[in-house]
Write a protein that binds this ligand. Structure first.
Ligand SMILES: [Zn+2]
Length: 192
């Protein structure tokens, strides 16, 4: 994991803000609280009374996961070491990490507690990406892939939200895609 700490500051210095969007991109996700949580019970299942909108299928989720790996690999092929190594390693991590998806009618405790959070990683068991119910509904493959790229940075040991956001934004743009959404950290991090 230590390799990431060496690579990420370089990444931050080398890449600027990237191209602007043609149309407004919605902002979603937490702006102040972190989606890297210390609470050991953050992923406990909680019954909800929310009526779910159209939920991404298992097949759709797997396709989004494959897309996230492809985005990271394309970003790696369009960059030089050490950045290319970082993207490549994140793609490998993404393919082998665990995914915790709440059952229909349930959500995870952290998702209920923080209404803005889309997904999170727990500091005491960072090998799993926990996905909130709201992130599974009416979602596009691109949006889910972008969420996963942010979270895999946390799995890989990036605890700083601005750094995780920079990785997320840079990977999306270097792969030739625009952002599916702006995350809530971007403004405070000065990332446009
Ligand atoms: Zn985060």
């Amino acid at each position: 994991m230590k390799i990431y700490f060496l690579l990420i500051p370089t990444l931050l210095v080398l890449w600027g803000c990237g191209k602007g969007a043609n149309e407004p991109i919605p902002t979603e996700g937490p702006s102040e609280s972190s989606d890297l949580v210390p609470d050991a019970h953050a992923a406990d299942p909680v019954k909800t009374t929310n009526i779910e909108q159209l939920r991404i299928s298992k097949l759709g989720f797997d396709a989004a996961k494959a897309l996230a790996v492809a985005i990271l690999n394309t970003a790696a092929s369009h960059s030089q070491p050490p950045e290319s190594t970082l993207f490549q390693n994140l793609g490998i991590e993404l393919a082998k990490v665990n995914y915790d998806i709440p059952a229909p009618g349930e959500d995870l405790r952290q998702c209920v507690k923080d209404k803005a959070v889309l997904a999170f990683v727990m500091t005491n068991s960072p090998e799993t990406i926990h996905i909130c119910s709201r992130a599974l509904q009416n979602t596009s493959k691109n949006k889910m892939a972008q969420i996963l790229i942010h979270e895999i940075s946390h799995v890989a040991g990036v605890h700083n939200e601005c750094m995780a956001t920079k990785i997320e934004v840079t990977a999306m743009r270097m792969s030739g895609k625009d952002l599916a959404f702006k995350n809530g950290y971007m403004q405070a991090c000065g990332i446009h």
